[in-house]
Design a protein around this ligand. Sequence first.
Ligand SMILES: C[S@@+](CC[C@H](N)C(=O)[O-])C[C@H]1O[C@@H](n2cnc3c(N)ncnc32)[C@H](O)[C@@H]1O
Length: 219
Amino acid sequence: MDDLLRDGKDNLAMQALAPLSRTYLPWSGYAMRPSGVVKVLNEMVINQRSVVVECGAGLTTFYIAGLIQQQGKGHLYTIEHDPEWIAVVRGLLVQGGLESYVTLIHAPLVDCELSLEGTAWYDRAVIAQVMGDRAIDLLVVDGPPAYDLARQYARYPAAIYFQSQFAPDFAIVLDDIDRLGEQHILAQWQEKIPGLAVKQLAIDGGVAICSNRSGFSVS
Ligand SMILES: C[S@@+](CC[C@H](N)C(=O)[O-])C[C@H]1O[C@@H](n2cnc3c(N)ncnc32)[C@H](O)[C@@H]1O
């Protein structure tokens, strides 16, 4: 029954996403679920998020860029560790005429003192060089890969690193919230990030969305 409900939501989400792609997109188990992508885009439209940082490139990159093009405002900074995957994503963006809306940042995974349990994170020097102290109002966390126990907290540093750059009204989307590792990360963020008194917490499509303001619901 749960599977049927989930499939139904994803089918509906694919219909909602259809106007943003005219070419074939390589959906796979790596991608955020379609109903999760819809939550991200809803957050951008309904709560007016325009400067977006994304950890982990893929189909989310394509859809966020497509929405930015359609809305006529904003920019996406996508952080990715794998240069070969960046080339694939860049190809999709070029095919869709979307490359000018995205800055693809190749940041290798390195030791990071912000990490829990010493997991590697994106090279902060590379990120800082590209982004400076630019304010952001949406952080989408779907990387680095965290599917095995040894890397279950791999995504923790994202919100800690970017907290000094959050706009007065910001939101964070964390994918894979069905996993214990991500649930622990979310709890830690709520403890450690001043203002992230989760006034809006939507859990659906595999993503958790939290914000420092009540905002409008995206579910
Ligand atoms: C969970 S995926 C990120 C997916 C992306 N946000 C999306 O929704 O498509 C995490 C990492 O897996 C890798 N990855 C993504 N898609 C892949 C694919 N189809 N095959 C191999 N690796 C992939 C990339 O390095 C990416 O940063």
